[in-house]
Design a protein around this ligand. Sequence first.
Ligand SMILES: [Zn+2]
Length: 212
Amino acid sequence: MSWIYWDVSVALKDGMACWPGDPAPRIEQVAFMDQGSVCNVTKLHMSAHTATHMDAPRHFINEGVGIDQMPFDSVIGKARVVEIHDPVAIRRAELEGLDLKAGERILFKTRNSSYAWEQPEFFKDFVYIADEGAQYLVERGVKTVGVDYLSIGGFYHDTVETHVTILGAGIAVIEGLNLSEVEAGEYELICLPLKIAGADGAPARVVLRRPV
Ligand SMILES: [Zn+2]
């Protein structure tokens, strides 16, 4: 079978925007073949929550499991991209119209995909999941949620509440997607976070695919 792939990951770059207070991403070449080294080597310095990444339960739940313990089933398999029109938050009222099913993997495409990622600095007014929306996602029993900027919770509102609601319910969290090139609909999701022992999160490469 052949497939069309969409890379919905955001490239890690030196100096890119990150959550205020997290270490600024530094991606620095430290050995140069141009200068006589036998190879090129790059050094990485950043938080586990840089660019496209996953949150592990222990990010907001101290006794929760680390990213290396997350089940593959949460991040490989059928997924649905849904478009959110609310320019501020993902709320229950709009979610109710989506016919969400237990066990679904849902990726939210908001105005963030085409707007927030274009801002050179951290964009504080990104569309986030309101805690009342998060509670509805838990009620519906979704398996995985993906959002198209750096956090499921907002910068001004529901930062902690939304994370605790979603991570506390065992829902897998993918943050920092760029869905600007994909339309709403069904895809197969493949998302593999780096296996960092016991970590509260990890960068991930995320692709969507459909059979040709
Ligand atoms: Zn995170």
